[in-house]
Design a protein around this ligand. Structure first.
Ligand code: NDP
Length: 478
């Protein structure tokens, strides 16, 4: 019998009003588990529990808070193989990368365990005689976290860990497609000694559970990662009720390849950034802006490397690219390949693939001779589809790179210090990579984008404190 997984409300594993199967996209005959859907009443109970325990958690001894986060990190590391397999099974990520994501989650908990004692503050002289001014940080209260399906354990971790570290209570809603990894984080934190009610898990669809967050007057802040359309809706609703809000959304990220680039580095970076994780990365480099002198050699080497890529069951030895997450995403990818063809692109690869097990497999697609204003270069596909845009020189490349509604990540492959420095300063993106993939983000530094890609404060590193705390200014005369 398929195992059922419940919501976590006020420290109790609580049955749902119904259960949704979590299907393995590498083998649709396999059900990873059945996951409880929360009702609006469950969400209200979860928020109430978080609100009730907030005075306890926000004044908890900081060493005890740090120890809980560190114990959770240790368990994540100890269970990384099993949790990596689980992530592969629910999302379709190739196993090696899935295990790396679990390790990343552990690193995030380790980092924020340390941050608990580094919150600090500042003291200023007062303009009034005999007084001093203290600027300190306080937790916000109850934070609602809403996460997407494409990074099932690291994104929940990079929201839960700072929220708890800075003394907030949490209600989290993972994407309905991939609830298992977040369920495991919650189990691990409870086993690590987190008091009941501090962290609550409410699974189910966004239109029920997510909307209940937006409607609640008892949620102080919402941190969201997902699509632009949902993010804009959430931001608008949150502003109406004056909730603090942070949204990380989509991208259409450029990678410039200049004539003087190292061809092997440039093609490795483009293959990784465009196709690994099945292209299901907000930071994927889907627009390859290539200078004319290296263009033909770049394309030839890309096609050679693409031919060697292994697309298969995420748990199979040697698989580099797993399936799309579900039929809806695969159909969207294939539809965009058709759009690229209709717009005049020269498509290599890009078809549906059959494998031993029934799944959502697709060959990576490289689309040549494209123009930046085409839909295929302006809309996020979220699949293994990358387009080549040929340009004359660096100035044209920069203009094309910035000509998009998005501004999440960008990259340049070049051996010119002048070009890379100019690009770093003038790229209209939140993250810039030089001779590295646009997808690399590290847990100790700020992550986030600009324009349509992001709204609100940055995530990760000590920058997370700006979102998860409120500033208080105290004037004191002794
Ligand atoms: P969605 O916007 O569809 O969903 C994101 C989350 O929002 C899910 O948990 C979803 O629930 C929930 N949701 C949906 N509707 C509502 C609503 N009305 N109110 C509240 N919550 C709601 O995005 P995807 O899950 O499809 O994720 C892919 C997108 O995420 C891509 O655009 C990608 O670029 C972006 N992304 C951005 C990142 C970044 O850091 N910038 C990182 C990773 C992904 P459910 O699906 O369960 O119904």
């Amino acid at each position: 019998m398929t195992r059922q997984f419940n919501n976590l409300i006020d420290g109790e594993w609580t049955a749902g009003e119904r259960y949704t199967p979590n299907v393995n996209p590498s083998n649709t005959n396999e059900i990873v588990g059945e996951f409880a859907s929360a009702s609006a009443e469950h969400v209200t109970a979860a928020i109430a529990a978080a609100r009730r325990v907030f005075p306890v958690w926000s004044s908890y001894p900081c060493q005890a808070r740090a120890d809980i986060l560190m114990r959770a990190a240790q368990t994540l590391r100890a269970e990384s193989q099993r949790l990596g397999e689980l992530l592969s099974r629910e999302e379709g990520r190739a196993l090696k990368e899935a295990i790396s994501e679990v390790i990343r989650a552990a690193q995030i908990f380790e980092y924020f365990s340390g941050e608990v004692v580094r919150t600090g503050g500042e003291i200023f002289p007062s303009t009034r005689p005999g007084a001093e001014v203290f600027v300190t940080r306080e937790p916000l209260g109850v934070v609602g976290l809403i996460t997407p399906w494409n990074v099932p354990i690291a994104i929940p971790a990079w929201k839960i860990a700072p929220a708890l570290a800075y003394g907030n209570c949490v209600v989290i809603k993972p994407a309905e497609l991939v609830p298992a990894s977040t369920w495991e984080i919650c189990r691990i934190l409870m086993e690590a000694g987190l008091p009941k009610g501090v962290l609550n898990l409410v699974m189910g669809p966004g239109r029920v559970v997510g909307e209940a967050f937006l409607a609640s007057p008892d949620i102080d802040a919402i941190s969201f990662t997902g699509s632009v359309a949902t993010g804009r809706h959430i931001a608008a609703q949150a502003v109406q009720s004056q909730k603090k809000v942070q949204c990380e959304m989509g991208g259409k990220n450029p990678l410039i390849v200049l004539d003087d680039a190292d061809l092997e580095i440039a093609t490795d970076v483009a293959i990784d950034g465009g196709f690994f994780w099945t292209g299901q990365r907000c930071t994927a480099s889907s627009r390859l802006i290539v200078q004319k002198g290296i263009h033909d050699r770049f394309v030839a080497r890309m096609l050679e490397k693409m031919a060697a890529l292994k697309v298969d069951h995420a748990l199979k030895d040697g698989t580099q690219i797993g399936p799309a997450v579900d039929e809806r995403q695969l159909s969207q990818n294939l539809r965009y390949v058709d759009i690229a063809r209709e717009e005049g692109g020269d498509v290599h690869g890009g078809g549906r693939l059959e494998r031993e097990t029934p799944g959502f497999y697709m060959a990576p697609a490289l689309v040549l001779n494209t123009q930046n204003h085409w839909r295929i270069n302006q809309e996020e596909v979220f699949g293994p589809v990358a387009c080549v845009i040929r340009v004359e020189n660096y100035e044209d490349a920069l203009a094309v790179a910035n000509d998009t509604q998005f501004g999440l990540s960008s990259g340049i492959c070049t051996n010119s210090l002048a070009a890379s420095t100019h690009f770093r300063r003038h790229s209209r993106a939140g993250t810039v990579a030089v001779n590295l993939t646009t997808t690399g983000s590290e847990y100790h530094v700020a992550f986030g984008g600009r324009r349509a890609s992001s709204y609100g404060a940055r995530e990760q590193g000590r920058y997370a404190m700006d979102f998860y705390t409120a500033i208080k200014t105290s004037y004191v005369r002794a």
